[in-house]
Ligand binder design. Structure first.
Ligand code: SF4
Ligand code: SF4
Length: 271
């Protein structure tokens, strides 16, 4: 029996492809019978920037946020860690939903902003296989029966998705890198590094500033100061660090003194 197509394969094959100018009828508003019903029993995958914004909005440490509000399921064929919003085990509801809607609305994740739109992004875009938008029509959602129409472009602007896309560009580049086609997966240590650098930014900051990291790598003072005080700058640096430490790219420079000490140690070991 042939294998069932994956969700991604089904979307690429069956869903009508929408451009930025395509319009669709949709409005989400308080008063609809479905209001907040979509915030339960769902898989909301968080990006590093989602975690950064939610953590900051809640005023807690990133490790605590991850522990309290997320899960990180792992399957044998998974090549890197993913972080999902945790649903209440009994009610199946998102921790942030209440009768009045989303309590973290201004900081809601990318996936919550995009809904009911999805975006399909082939890993290797070609002239015939390019990224496209598609509409998710689920029975639970009455917003599709509303009279208002909106274009994909207007929806993206209205939901503040551009900032997320801009801040997530280097993470997206990391995810779409051909490295993942060639590797069987990361070692447990690399998994841990990936998780920390992408999601546990407060811990990553301690890793950079409270270890010998800055003694070993060339990081100019202005950049180091920006990373000390700005989560966005630190996240940008984390992506650069992962490209160096996972992909072996020359995105970081080891200090000449460290290279020389290593060379001397190797020479001494060879004698
Ligand atoms: S974060 Fe907000 S919008 Fe997203 S699922 Fe939770 S309550 Fe709903
Ligand atoms: S189900 Fe659809 S219309 Fe209803 S609250 Fe959720 S997104 Fe809005």
């Amino acid at each position: 029996m042939p294998n069932e197509p994956s969700v991604q394969e089904q979307i690429l094959k069956d869903y009508p492809r929408m451009t930025l100018d395509d319009r669709f009828p949709f409005q989400c508003r308080q008063g609809l019978a479905c209001f907040t019903h979509c915030c339960q029993d769902i898989s909301i995958v968080l990006t590093p920037y989602d975690v950064l914004r939610l953590t900051r909005a809640l005023g807690i440490d990133s490790s605590e946020f991850l522990r309290r509000y997320t899960i990180s399921p792992f399957t044998a064929d998974q090549k890197f860690p993913v972080v999902l919003l945790k649903m209440d085990p009994e009610t199946k509801k998102c921790a942030f939903v209440g009768d009045a809607g989303c309590s973290v609305y201004a900081q809601r994740p990318w996936a919550c902003r995009m809904y009911p739109l999805g975006v399909a992004e082939p890993r290797h875009a070609t002239p015939t296989d390019r990224p496209f938008y598609f509409l998710l029509k689920e029975d639970v959602c009455h917003g599709h029966a509303e009279a208002r129409t909106i274009s994909v472009r207007e929806w993206i602007a209205d939901q503040g998705i551009e900032t997320h896309d801009m801040m997530g560009a280097s993470f997206k580049a990391l995810m779409l890198d051909e490295f993942w086609d060639k590797t069987d997966g990361l070692t447990p240590e690399q998994m841990e590094m990936y998780y920390m650098a992408c999601f546990d930014l407060d811990r990553f900051r301690r890793f950079v500033f409270e270890s010998r990291f800055l003694e070993m790598f060339v990081v100019d003072e202005a950049r180091a100061e920006a990373m000390r005080t700005s989560d966005e700058d630190l996240l940008d640096f984390a992506m650069q660090w992962l490209r160096f430490s996972l992909f072996g790219e020359k995105s970081m420079k080891i200090k000449p003194s460290v290279m020389e000490a290593k060379r001397q140690a190797m020479a001494a070991g060879a004698q």
